[in-house]
Design a protein around this ligand. Structure first.
Ligand code: MN
Length: 311
């Protein structure tokens, strides 16, 4: 029996350890990204059903992020940046540039469309994540809405810092609206320090190293994989020899079977087909004004194909 097998099977001080799922390399337009969710072997972590990691990316010309207007249903999008800026414009008429420390949360509900792009005035850097949250049945047809939060709550902990951009963790709570229990946070571990965080034992959690080298309960976290801990864990100790940043997401295992196709989160193929038809015929999703290029056309609805989600 080798060391890693022992480490993976034996419960640690805070409960069960983790399972690792390597990220998948893909493209968002021309921007190379790493997809951490969904994967064939792992579709969700709590209600979180999509996680793209992009950057760090430095540029002197062009727009590394440029996603034309496209529709969403049944989900919330969450944009979280470490560096740079992304401009969001949507069919409700909202326009908001997200920057490090702030968060953009868009609730698609029954239907919304939006565009995301690097703004004209930018820092020349892009580094962040884009996440989706599946809305629970009781709320998935809510009216669409958008919240741009300039400054998420910050919590100083022994050995590090915590920013909470969704739900609650430690003593801080994000003001963003959500529809089921969850957490989304950015944990910063100071060089040579250990940060201990109490976790909700009813949650499963996903961990993605954003920068540096990080250990969970003395086990190194591969920076190109999503690490998932099962419910039953009441806390975590994150350590780093030279400083690290870590994305932490979680929630109770999502009890509803979801169907994801393109940028839609639904329950049945009929709902997907109806949403696609509404987008193609200009119904339900409104219009994104102020974006200079044409909106995206929906992929063909072929039963066997699962088109890549966008962002
Ligand atoms: Mn989108």
């Amino acid at each position: 029996m080798n060391q890693s097998y022992v480490a993976a099977e034996e419960p640690g001080e805070h409960g069960p350890t983790f399972t690792s799922y390597p990220n998948r390399d893909t493209l968002l337009g021309h921007l190379p990204i790493r997809r951490a969710l969904p994967l064939r072997q792992r579709r969700t972590v709590g209600p979180w059903c999509f996680l793209d990691r992009f950057g760090p990316h430095a540029f002197s010309a062009g727009k590394p992020m440029d996603v034309p207007p496209h529709p969403h249903i049944g989900l919330q999008t969450v944009s979280w940046l470490l560096e740079g800026e992304v401009l969001h414009t949507d069919s409700l008429g909202c326009e908001a540039t997200v920057r490090p420390g702030g968060v953009n949360v868009m609730t698609a509900g029954r239907g919304i469309s939006h565009a995301e792009q690097t703004p004209t005035h930018h820092s020349g850097n892009l580094n962040g994540v884009q996440l989706w949250i599946a809305l629970p049945d009781a709320h998935r047809d809510v009216e669409p809405s958008f919240a741009g939060i300039a400054e998420t709550p910050l919590c100083e902990l022994p050995g590090g810092l915590l920013r909470v951009f969704a739900g609650a963790l430690a003593v801080v709570r994000s003001p963003a609206p959500h529809f089921s229990p969850l957490v989304g946070a950015d944990v910063q571990v100071h060089p040579g320090a250990t940060v201990e965080i109490a976790l909700d034992p009813t949650f499963e959690h996903g961990l993605l190293v954003l920068d540096g080298e990080c250990l969970l309960d003395s086990q190194r976290l591969d920076s190109r994989a999503l690490h998932v801990t099962a419910p039953g864990r009441s806390g975590a100790a994150f350590a780093s020899p030279s400083g690290a940043r870590l994305l932490l997401i979680g929630g109770p295992p999502f009890a509803e079977q979801i169907l994801m196709w393109w940028n839609f989160v639904a329950r049945t193929p009929e709902e997907i087909a109806a949403a696609r038809a509404d987008w193609e015929t200009g119904r339900r999703f409104g219009e994104v004004r102020g974006y200079p290029k044409p909106r995206l056309a929906a992929p063909e609805l072929v039963r066997v194909a699962r088109p890549n989600p966008l962002s």
